[in-house]
Ligand binder design. Structure first.
Ligand SMILES: [Zn+2]
Ligand SMILES: [Zn+2]
Ligand SMILES: [Zn+2]
Ligand SMILES: [Zn+2]
Ligand SMILES: [Zn+2]
Length: 453
């Protein structure tokens, strides 16, 4: 399928939405005739970028998570910041077209690891690819999809609020028939105490109701998702436990809430060279005296994981991190293998860069609030239970030329007993030189259009 056809369809929908601003004057029939689409592309049958395997992005059994796992395990491709992509199925169609003509090398950062996708060590160098918005085409398609998806969602939302041709029987009672989606949702709430969300916050309501109906038919509680033996028991459970609402932790429902289409501002990518420069103001005069820098091997200096502090000696830097950030690197990564350490460093760098807590994942507004959060909560430590850093995208350096990655095996002392370091001797982490060309201004969208109150 050509993605262009679908864009045209979306454009047409956008145009018709503009003309339907005079909505109240339209007869139900006319409105039904111009019902805007619910997706940019066919999301139920999305082919792999490289092979013929297909996935249903609305299912949990063969959905986006399976798609991404397949890309990694079979084709060794990782999509960066995949959650930020406005419409992942469209993105996949787009790249499938590109990869028909050219190999991934043309668009992706490549990296060699002597590890297989399942985590086992390989005797040869294995090549992995990262598809990210460092590639201009990728940045462009991400921007475009965010904009088009947003337009589609807003158009659809507008339509669903006013369309009077929505005829559906209540999930519970027989005599009620709604005319509009907001009426239907309101009825479920006022008569049956079922809370799906405020109608003005919801979109793709038909599918939401379909999903809810299916769950109830399968005797699954909407909130805790336990299965019950019969309908009366399920009803009793949901009423008694106040489980008459959807599970907020089930991200499957995210797409039904308008708020999730709000654009999250992404910080610009900062190459480490630039960061070094930025940070030079923090370095003492003696150190920044460049006459000696070549002599001292300035290239080998390493930037702190948490601030702009630079040290030539990694041991001194680690000491700095203990004293200033209460973070003992060696202790934190004790028992972890080489690649795990690589992931830890890249993860911490990434989190610090996007101002997210490395401990609890909370998103802070800026660097200073993040530092305040880290020190007040004591979150400057790794969660060794849920291991958020143990994701394949963290194989890839957050900063090009990150010297920290060169010191992961130096003073491991007695930790050698915990893993066989000989396996890692020839380990190479190569990031092909990348140039950041992200234009975040162009990305920012008038999301203020979303009037959620
Ligand atoms: Zn495939
Ligand atoms: Zn009812
Ligand atoms: Zn329940
Ligand atoms: Zn520091
Ligand atoms: Zn935290």
């Amino acid at each position: 399928m050509s993605i262009n056809i679908d864009y045209d369809a979306a454009d047409a929908a956008g145009a018709s939405a503009n003309s339907s601003i005079i909505g109240p004057l339209n007869f139900a029939k006319d409105q039904a005739a111009v019902e805007p689409p619910t997706s940019l592309v066919n999301e139920r049958d999305v082919p792999c970028m490289f092979c013929d395997k297909t996935y249903d992005f609305h299912s949990r059994e063969n959905g986006p998570d399976h798609y991404l796992a397949h890309l990694y395990l079979v084709h060794r491709l990782i999509i960066d910041e995949v959650k930020e992509i406005g419409c992942l199925p469209s993105y996949c169609y787009y790249w499938k077209e590109k990869f028909r003509e050219d190999p991934p090398e043309k668009f992706c950062s490549a990296m060699l690891l002597n590890q297989l996708p399942d985590g086992t060590t390989s005797s040869t160098s294995e090549k992995y690819f990262l598809l990210s918005d460092i590639e201009p085409l990728d940045a462009e398609i991400r921007q475009r999809l965010r904009r088009e998806k947003l337009e589609l969602v807003l158009t659809r939302h507008q339509f669903e609020r006013t369309d009077r041709s929505f005829h559906r029987d209540c999930l519970y009672c027989r005599d009620y028939r709604s005319e509009t989606r907001p009426d239907f949702i309101a009825h479920l709430y006022t008569k049956h105490y079922l809370q799906l969300g405020k109608p003005e916050h919801l979109v793709f309501v038909d599918e939401l109701i379909e999903t809810v109906q299916e769950k109830l038919n399968q005797l699954i509680c909407l909130f805790c998702e336990k299965v019950f033996k019969d309908r009366p028991t399920l009803k009793e459970h949901m009423r008694k436990k106040a489980h008459k609402r959807i599970n907020p932790d089930n991200h499957y429902y995210d797409r039904f809430f308008l708020v999730n289409y709000r654009h999250k501002q992404k910080p610009a990518y900062v190459p480490i060279a630039e960061r070094k420069q930025e940070s030079s103001v923090f370095v003492s005069d003696a150190e920044s005296d460049s006459d000696w820098s070549d002599w001292n091997g300035e290239e080998q200096r390493t930037t702190c994981l948490f601030c702009a502090h630079i040290e030539a000696d990694i041991a001194v830097l680690k000491q700095h991190m203990v004293q200033n950030h209460s973070f003992d690197f060696d202790q934190s990564v004790a028992g972890l293998g080489f690649y795990q350490r690589v992931k830890v460093v890249n993860f911490v760098r990434r989190q610090m860069h996007i101002h997210k807590c490395i401990g609890c994942g909370e998103q802070l507004s800026d660097y200073d609030s993040l530092c305040a959060h880290l020190s007040s909560t004591g979150h400057c430590r790794l969660d060794r239970e849920s291991c958020p850093w143990d994701q394949p995208e963290y194989f890839f350096p957050t900063y090009e030329d990150d010297q920290f990655l060169c010191h992961l095996e130096e003073d491991d002392g007695n930790e050698n007993e915990l893993y066989d370091s000989s396996d890692h001797e020839g380990a190479v982490v190569i990031s092909e030189p990348v140039k950041a060309t992200i234009n975040i201004d162009a990305e920012s969208l008038a999301l203020e259009n979303l009037n959620l109150q």
